[in-house]
Design a protein around this ligand. Structure first.
Ligand code: PEP
Length: 251
């Protein structure tokens, strides 16, 4: 039985003070000793320290939205996996579609970032997903297969990786993949992971769904046999909505 995992990706939202308020509200609403599913919060880099201090002693894990693949050096504007580990993150999100779309992220740089994150002891949420044009031209599986094969090239430690299936056409658009559309791709991903890493990985790897998850659709999505929680954007900016989604993953 896989424990579900729900992570709030706050993207480029909230000042440090606003992040602290939101995290305080989430922890308060979850209550002490919450253990229904794994929960993570991914504030901006600026707020990792303050939110991390709040999360100490709680079950909620600190997550970074990205990391660079070098330890340090002349990479203006970047933050390394070593720094993210030192600030107390357990997970880092890598290969989010917004990084791929706006910041030139490729499967090759995703692969470098994952290798570096794992070498620093971080766990990784690897995001994959097709655009609307790719879905309509029938290449969803080809795209996702390349993202996974190339993103994970040379990586043996699959136990430290969560996959997030996020159809690009469903992110921030209000359009959610139907539970059966999502389940079909999740099963495809699970089968591919089984081919690459064997039967235990087939059973154990967790695959989150992301793309306009809300309190109103979370339960149906999370009831699918191969959907192991969610990566939540917009709805994670509201503590009540986020906690309702977490609770939907905890039944
Ligand atoms: C995301 O960006 O990871 C995401 C799923 O966003 P939203 O929930 O807003 O669609």
């Amino acid at each position: 039985m896989r424990k579900k995992i729900v992570v709030g990706n706050w993207k480029m939202n909230n000042t440090v003070a606003e992040s602290v308020t939101l995290a305080t509200d989430v922890i308060g609403a979850l209550g002490e000793g919450f253990s229904g599913c794994d929960v993570g919060l991914a504030p901006t880099y600026l707020a990792l320290d303050a939110v991390g201090q709040l999360l100490e002693g709680s079950e909620v894990q600190l997550v970074a939205q990205n990391c660079h693949y070098e330890n340090d050096g002349a990479f203006t504007g970047e933050v390394s996996a070593r720094m993210i580990n030192a600030i107390g993150c357990s997970y880092v999100i890598i290969g989010h579609s917004e990084r791929r779309q706006y910041f030139g992220e490729t499967n090759a740089t995703v692969n470098l970032r994952i290798k570096k994150a794992l070498s620093e002891g971080l766990k990784v949420i690897l995001c994959v997903g097709e655009t609307l044009a790719e879905r309509e031209s029938g290449v969803t599986e080809t795209v996702i297969s390349s993202q996974i094969r190339e993103g994970l090239t040379g990586i043996s430690h699959i136990g430290a990786i969560v996959i997030a299936y996020e159809p690009v056409w469903a992110i921030g658009t209000g359009k959610t993949a139907s539970s059966s559309q999502a389940e079909e791709v999740h099963l495809f991903i699970r089968t591919l992971i089984g081919e690459l890493y064997g039967e235990p990985a087939f059973r154990l790897v967790r695959i989150q769904y992301g793309g306009s998850v809300k309190p109103s659709n979370a339960a149906e999505l999370f009831a699918m046999p191969n959907i192991d929680g969610g990566l939540i954007g917009g709805a994670s900016l509201n503590a009540d909505d986020f906690v309702a989604i977490v609770q939907a993953a905890s039944v």
